[in-house]
Design a binder for this molecule. Sequence first.
Ligand SMILES: Nc1ncnc2c1ncn2[C@@H]1O[C@H](COP(=O)(O)OP(=O)(O)OP(=O)(O)O)[C@@H](O)[C@H]1O
Ligand SMILES: [Mg+2]
Length: 336
Amino acid sequence: MDGKFASHIPDAARRGALTEPITCGGPPGPSFPAGAVIGTSPQWLSILKRATQVAATQTTTCLQGESGTGKEVVARFIHGVSSHRRGPFVAINCAALPETLLESELFGFERGAFTGAQQSKPGQIELASGGVLFLDEVTEMPLTAQAKFLRVLQEREFIRLGGSRPVKVSMRVIAATNQDLRRAVAQGRFRDDLYYRINVFEIGIPPLRERGLDVLLLAQHFLEELARTNGGPVVELTPRAQDALLAYHWPGNVRELRNVLERAAIVCEGPVIDTEHLSVAGPEEAPSAGSTNLGTLERHAIEQAMRDLAGNKKRAAQRLGISRTQLYCRLRKYGL
Ligand SMILES: Nc1ncnc2c1ncn2[C@@H]1O[C@H](COP(=O)(O)OP(=O)(O)OP(=O)(O)O)[C@@H](O)[C@H]1O
Ligand SMILES: [Mg+2]
């Protein structure tokens, strides 16, 4: 971080706390190129703290968060700081495979288990032995597979499709979902006994729009990464572009941020990205000239003060003419 965003970056970040990538052990995955975990917001630091706490145990963990918030990043972080780091990190997306295929992928099969099974094959559970099995979109696991997977968590063993001999496994299980697991249970889509086994330790990952200045740290990280990949200097963001990134609501979270910057770096055709290069809608609730909605005006004034004063709450409260406690209440109220 070279002071480009000096007006926006809080003290902790300027001191360098966690602005440098943390390198996690284990094989880098497709969406985790350099093992980088970027963020200094209190929300993100508390996630890393919980992740580190659970990594020191064998406890099954469930990561809950909107799409693109970094669930796999956190899963790989847990793997990287846990005693399983020398073992594999095996990810399986329960939503990506049809029911029958998911079972054979998970549990493996013996020769002759079904038409076409000419050779026996180990499943992802076996392949994850000694490491981490990451079950992405776990709410999409069909009920029959859920019943079988429950046994993996309870007995630490399973039977290959078409097999009769139980196979013992030892691994850490991390599940992820962008849905409400409890609601899936209430709707009968997810077994409640599996829910209690999976959700022993839950980590909720907040959306990017609630992580304050992390947007700019991540933006800087992605722009540096793009420069490394494409060759050439790091493209910079104008202050107006930084404001636009901070004001946008990021429904696609970190993944969307990365895509927006990748596109912007192409269309800006130069060393600087400005607002016209960013394919983000303007701040959704920014008050239009003449807006009379008090809530909108208040939120905007608070956002503006926090941005101008680099997140310094004491000075922001002074500028807004309210007490620090009142500012904290309003920050919570508006999810800032
Ligand atoms: N804190 C972070 N630091 C660096 N890169 C991040 C961070 N969070 C997310 N990313 C990047 O953003 C992208 C999306 O992250 P990830 O795949 O972990 O999200 P997800 O929550 O698993 O998304 P989905 O719900 O769509 O599966 C990836 O390219 C990832 O490398
Ligand atoms: Mg994911």
